[in-house]
Ligand binder design. Structure first.
Ligand code: PFF
Length: 473
């Protein structure tokens, strides 16, 4: 059965593929602009803190569900505890939606590679970018290129497609990244950008910064959407989950930090603003490349590395959905991949048009199609998925059984089991509730009261659980 589903050829292959899923536009496009917008170092410090207290724990939580459940995200939850597959279903839905807009941004990257190959900017970057994304067909065609390439890789299966592609793209990404960082930090005045990025001004840490950083931790580590469950399900029983759950967030964070160091010092060096938001790499950065000797070469390198990062993520987004169709609907991998890709391509159209012909078409809450889907995934589906994951690992899955799975029936030591549990049960649930409460408009005092009530319920559960244990003895 497991060989039909596919398996990783090696543990290195798995780590590279999972790191590939984590490292993506979230690191290279979103993280630098979020840091640029949210106070630089202040945002970075909060982000790093959250990776440490939550990122590792949840990564391990998802991977252990996958390896034990040995199925797609829906099937894995269900296999561990009947009736809980709906959590995985939420994740699959979330991946599907994220994929439909992720390909649009990835398409812009393809366009920019072409632009730099042809010699770089020919007019003002604001106009170049604005006109391109607003045009009806061209961005759609670029996003289709991403859909087709992603499908071609996923079609080839877990070790023959995903693992192979990750093993080629990830090392190139690392090397290009190092080159760009060295170029950026050695520019005149780069130190200003480095300071802005790495020197925290603690007074800039606000609840909004914490919430932004928390959302980013989830998105960047591909958590709460079943991606690590799906990838974990292709792992053999004797693999060391604890080690892998450490490596992947470390690699992801290193790349996010390097992305900041690749972009912000260069932006400061040329006297530009770091607060451009989503346009940072499409508007501000091309200006930097235009002003730099051999800028086009660096431009091509930079956008190629972003494309590789994006592709290893789109592969995982598609794989989550395909594995569901294969495992649950019993379609073969080829048919499943083609079917899902065609639907995605269709939904990519209104997503892309949200920057042009459909910009004024508001779906809900005054948001256009692209922004609405982004809001739905980032503020609702992702935190709900994460919260459910914490509830499942913390309260639903039998502790002994979970511990056995994590430690390969006692072969691997995991002395931090209790600390990990506390992280998931208390920190995880509190922090995710915080995102959700603010997403539904409960803020200020009301938010604090709600969090206290949740905590009290948890304490009550804890007491009841202990009583049950005592009476069982
Ligand atoms: N982690 C990816 C990024 O940082 O771009 C995005 C992502 C990929 C999220 C796959 C979720 C996922 F399942």
């Amino acid at each position: 059965m497991s060989s039909e589903r596919g398996n990783w050829g090696s543990n290195v292959g798995f780590v590279l593929a999972a790191a590939g899923s984590a490292i993506g536009l979230g690191n290279l496009w979103k993280f630098p602009y979020l840091a640029g917008k949210n106070g630089g170092g202040a945002f970075v410090v909060v982000y790093l803190g959250l990776i440490v207290i939550l990122g590792f724990s949840l990564m391990l939580g998802e991977m252990v569900i996958g390896r034990r459940g040995k199925s797609d995200a829906f099937g894995a939850y269900n296999n561990i505890k009947k009736g809980w597959g709906f959590i995985g279903m939420l994740g699959i839905l979330c991946c599907f939606i994220v994929y439909s807009y992720y390909v649009v941004i990835a398409g812009w990257i393809v366009k920019y590679i072409g632009m730099f190959i042809r010699g770089g900017l020919t007019e003002d970057p604001v106009l170049t970018f604005g006109n391109f994304i607003a045009s009806g067909t061209s961005p759609i065609l670029y996003s289709f290129i991403v859909v087709v390439v992603t499908a071609a890789i996923v079609l080839k299966g877990v070790s023959g497609g995903i693992e192979k592609a990750s093993k080629i793209m990830m090392p190139i990404l690392f090397v290009f990244m190092i080159v760009i960082v060295i170029r950026s930090v050695t520019l005149p005045n780069a130190i200003e950008g480095i300071k802005y990025f790495l020197k925290p001004d603690f007074s800039l840490i606000t609840p909004a910064v914490i919430i932004a950083a928390l959302g980013q931790v989830f998105f960047s580590l591909s958590l709460g959407m079943g991606a690590m469950i799906t990838y974990g399900s292709y792992l053999p029983k004797d693999s060391n989950l604890i080690k892998s759950a450490l490596y992947i967030p470390i690699l992801d964070t290193v790349i996010a930090l390097l992305a900041g160091l690749a972009i912000l010092p260069a932006v400061f060096s040329f006297g530009l603003e770091p607060t451009a938001g989503p346009g940072l790499i499409f508007i501000t950065l091309p200006r930097v490349f235009a002003a730099m000797p051999f800028g086009n070469v660096f431009g091509i390198m930079f956008f190629l590395l972003v494309l590789f990062a994006a592709l290893t993520s789109t592969i995982s987004l598609l794989e989550v959905v395909v594995s569901f169709v294969v495992d649950q609907l019993k379609l073969d991998r080829k048919k499943a991949t083609i079917l899902v890709s065609i639907i995605i391509a269709a939904i990519a159209i209104p997503n892309s048009h949200s920057f042009g012909p459909m910009a004024d078409f508001k779906v809900f809450f005054g948001l256009n199609f692209f922004d609405f889907l982004g809001y739905l995934t980032d503020n609702i589906l992702l935190p709900v998925g994460g919260l459910m994951l914490c509830l499942f690992v913390g309260y639903v899955w039998d502790k002994e059984d979970l511990k056995n799975e994590l430690t390969n029936d006692g072969d691997i030591a995991f002395p931090l089991f209790s600390a990990w549990m506390i992280g998931i049960k208390y920190l995880g649930i509190q922090l995710l509730s915080l995102i959700l409460l603010q997403a539904v408009g409960i803020t200020g005092k009301k938010m604090s009261y709600s969090l206290v009530i949740i905590f009290m319920i948890q304490i009550l559960f804890h007491v009841l659980e202990n009583k049950r244990k005592v009476s069982a003895v």
